[in-house]
Design a protein around this ligand. Structure first.
Ligand code: NAP
Length: 249
């Protein structure tokens, strides 16, 4: 996929880094967005050492100023954006007494989670859209999770209800992210921009205290993100997809 320009948020580590690596290996120019300059620079250097055309761009998704500056950097050097992977995410409700206890979650923790997982995505998408509309075929991939599936949480027999800890802030933020996917996709229907939610595999990263059962690089870790980011004209829009196929909203 030469000549495709991608931006991945939260690319300094975890799934964002792996997604950047995979898109870079396909020949895309990858802007690796990271809020920590040292981590971002090192990530881009490692990606370049692996043969990718990767460039670090400072990007804190909670800062409109930072997102505008990142947009201006991409605009000045490439003039458009073909792929936006809204990957940056947080899950801060990990302390005993809060983890798994929805009524104990303070509003501040909900706000902190939504700032990145929902409002950050809304800001990045809003400000990057003019660049995406200059692409012949733009792909927005919102990195979600089946932990945000309202269908699953409404079913006492779902794996989420039976086996997962209830993380009110994280799970509900991803449900809100899925709503954002549907709204953006509906608005952009009939344009060259598609918008989808991806549910990647359960991968050992800092976000889940490395409890994930897959490792970065394993098949199924970020495959669905890459598939949606590289989908052709017949690809979906307004869909929620996991590696096993369509996911329940
Ligand atoms: N791991 C899984 O099993 C799994 C499953 C389903 C979905 N997901 C989703 O995948 C995405 C990546 O998670 P991960 O597992 O790779 O976690 P991770 O290793 O903790 O990575 C999260 C990334 O988000 C970045 N980030 C956080 N706040 C940010 C901000 N304000 N601005 C810019 N970047 C910010 C982090 O940057 P810093 O280094 O600066 O903190 C980091 O690069 C998340 O959206 C998560 O919900 C993960």
């Amino acid at each position: 996929m030469p000549d495709r320009i991608a931006l991945v948020t939260g690319a300094g580590k975890g799934l964002g880094w792996e997604t950047s690596r995979r898109l870079g290996a396909l020949g895309m120019t990858v802007f690796a967005g990271a809020r920590d300059p040292q981590r971002g620079r090192e990530a881009a250097e490692t990606l370049r050492a692996g043969g990718a055309d990767a460039r670090f761009v400072p990007l804190d998704v909670t800062s409109e100023r930072s997102v505008r500056q990142a947009r201006d950097v991409i605009d000045a050097s490439c003039g458009r954006l073909d792929v936006l992977v809204n990957n940056a995410g947080v899950s801060p409700e990990q302390e005993p007494g809060i983890r798994g206890v929805p009524t104990a979650v303070p509003a501040g923790l909900l706000r902190q989670t939504y700032e990145v997982n929902v409002f950050g995505v809304a800001t990045v998408t809003r400000l990057m859209l003019p660049l995406l509309l200059r692409s012949a075929a733009a792909r927005i991939v919102n990195v979600s999770t089946t932990m945000g599936s309202l269908t699953a949480w409404a079913d006492p027999d779902s794996p989420q209800r039976r086996y997962a800890p209830m993380l009110l802030a994280y799970d509900s933020s991803k449900a809100a992210l899925n709503a954002l996917t549907l709204h953006h996709a509906a608005q952009l229907a009939g344009t060259t921009v598609t918008v989808n939610s991806a549910s990647p595999g359960y991968v050992a990263t800092d976000l889940n205290g490395h409890r994930g059962t897959l490792q970065l690089g394993d098949e199924g870790s970020v495959s669905v993100i890459v598939r949606l980011a590289t989908a052709g004209a017949d690809g979906p829009t307004g869909a929620f997809v996991s590696d096993d196929g369509p996911a329940a909203w």
